[in-house]
Each structure stands twice: as C-alpha cells, then as structure tokens.
Design a protein around this ligand. Structure first.
Ligand SMILES: [Fe+2]
Ligand SMILES: [Fe+2]
Length: 151
C-alpha cells in the first residue's frame, strides 16, 4: 500500500511547510509601508494554514509508522523568501511566495500521483486537501502581483 516514494514526499513536504511557516512569519513581521499591510495580513493567515499542513503530513507519516523529522537534517531551500534588505520591497516577497507556492503545488501533485499509483486513498486525500489550499494561496498572491507589476 505505502511506498518509499510516498514517505519521502510526505517528509519533504513536511520540512518545506515548516520552512514556509518561518519565512511567511518573518516577512509578515518585517515588511513596512502602506503597500505592505494587506500582504502582511495574508502572510499571517497563511502561517496558520501552512502549520496545519505540516501537522496533517506529520500525522500521516505517523499513521504509516514513520516519524516526521526534527531540525537536525534540515536544509534550507527558500532563498527567494529571505526578508528583503529594503523592508518596503513588498514585491520581492510576493515573488518569493509565488515561487514557494508553485513548488508546493508540484510536490502535492507528485504526492497525489504516487498515492494514486500505490492505491493509498488516505494519502491521496491529504494531498488533494493541501493542494487546494496552495492553489488558493497562489491565486491570492497573483492578485497582489498584479498590483506590483515586475517591470
Ligand atoms: Fe502548505
Ligand atoms: Fe501555501
């Protein structure tokens, strides 16, 4: 029923969610300026959702008799989401969020595919539930991006 591919994807996604929590929280705190307020509020709300994703993934690993990892093996990957030197540079945070959400969407699509192949409907359900949140996050930040065109 379960495969190494599934547990590896669940573990990878768990770590990515926690890195996302850290970077969204940091950017929600550091951004300044009138244009930042809505983005900060949105990041603050998403922190709770990303944390809930990590919880769902960790619980699924536990059900599969695996353990979610601690921080010892952690390797940071979200270079695009580091707090900007110019704290009014909301645009760079928006681009970083869109990159992170695209990565997450790819991961959950892979998880869904692997779970379908392995006939693991519970993991499939976890993947679809989280995927739908990530697509909603992407839509929200695409909206912000329209207000802050890249060029
Ligand atoms: Fe997430
Ligand atoms: Fe997200």
């Amino acid at each position: 029923m379960t495969t190494d591919e599934i547990t590896e994807l669940l573990t990878e996604a768990y770590v990515d969610e926690l890195e996302t929590v850290m970077n969204y929280l940091t950017n929600a705190i550091v951004l300044d300026g009138v244009h930042a307020e809505e983005v900060k509020e949105s990041l603050e709300a998403d922190v709770q959702e990303e944390l809930e994703h990590a919880r769902m993934l960790g619980n699924r690993l536990k059900q599969l008799e695996q353990s979610p990892p601690g921080s010892a093996a952690f390797e940071a990957s979200q270079s695009g989401l580091q707090p900007p030197e110019d704290t009014t540079d909301v645009q760079s945070v928006i681009e970083g969020v869109l990159e992170a959400e695209e990565d997450a969407i790819e991961t959950y699509q892979s998880l869904h595919e692997a779970a379908t192949e392995a006939n693991d409907p519970v993991t499939e359900d976890v993947a679809v539930t989280i995927l739908s949140d990530e697509e909603a996050h992407r839509t929200e930040f695409r909206g912000f991006q329209k207000e802050f065109p890249s060029d």
